[in-house]
Write a protein that binds this ligand. Sequence first.
Ligand SMILES: N[C@@H](Cc1c[nH]c[nH+]1)C(=O)O
Length: 386
Amino acid sequence: MPNWLLPENIADVLPSEARKIEELRRLMLDNFRLYGYELVMPPLLEYLESLLTGTGTDIDLRTFKLVDPISGRLLGLRPDMTTQVARIDAHLLNRASVTRLCYAGNVLHTHPSGLHATREPLQIGAEIYGHAGLEADAEIQELALSTLALAGFPQVRLDLTHVGVLRAIIEGDAAAARDEAALYLALRAKDVSDLKALTANYAPQTRDALLALTQLYGDIDVLKKAREVLPDLPGIAKALAELAALAASALGRAEVAIDLADLRGYQYESGAMFALYVPGLPNAVARGGRYDHVGEAFGRARPATGFSLDLRELARLLPTAERKHSIRAPWGNAPELKEKIAELRKSGEVVIQSMPGHSNELDEFECDRALVLDDNSSQWILKNLG
Ligand SMILES: N[C@@H](Cc1c[nH]c[nH+]1)C(=O)O
């Protein structure tokens, strides 16, 4: 095997793609800043227990593990930065009031989430800690929509769901509570036959409600239907009311859909969740929601909500960036030449000096002008290259 082969679903990013990704990263972080989100940079690896605190088995299976040669303890390479940021809020900042944090960095997955998905996404996200009310969820939803619009996706579909519905259904039923993990899996795959088998011995009310969840998707009217067919439990009423309020706050900004069985995610969510879809891609491009119990697992209960997305995946959907117009200049030590080049760069021009004996081969730049020495005036002047 050639030693330059990269592992499955791991790839180099070449110039024009890297540029697109980097531009998106800057644009998004700048947008988060306009809303008052402070940037943090958690480490690429941590002790495994800390990395997995408050999360489910999904995240454990997605985590690359290695041994720390210094402590001998097991380390994990982060598969998701959201819980790291919750740790920073809970432990390091120790603020009592609302904290808004954002982040961007590589994460690693043991298995790709789809056939062609990368195992090294570039995750970017924003989180609010310290406010339990729906205002925080609405702000995150609005931030996610405005960020995608800025990135060139004005037309998105917002799918809403709520962990509270399933929780309320299984709460009072010991058999269902015992099967929680299997029920999650069957529901998110909308696997009705599996669900029928699992629920065969449950109380009829629980079984009917679980089977009804697989049908409760579509436009906003699904909420009305859910009120009719789901049991009259306070947890369900509260969750449906929250979804109605969040749907209303997105009206006019996105096409809103409800899918009460869409419980994907990393199993740390505790309330309303959303997924954003753009035309042409079957998978969600961004996911977010409330996860109030992660801070608690870190020893400080803090309400939390946020969203994140993979910049690499999103950048792939954008057209190749236009090549930047630039200037070709000769290599040389003449002070006038160096001065002229410095002046052009200061004014924002890209000036590429040719190495003696070589021409430039560029993906990202297009030299449409050349810096040449004018014979008559002995000045360095710009000449258009046609
Ligand atoms: N990190 C979560 C999304 C999220 C961010 N904040 C809250 N939820 C995911 O990748 O699915």
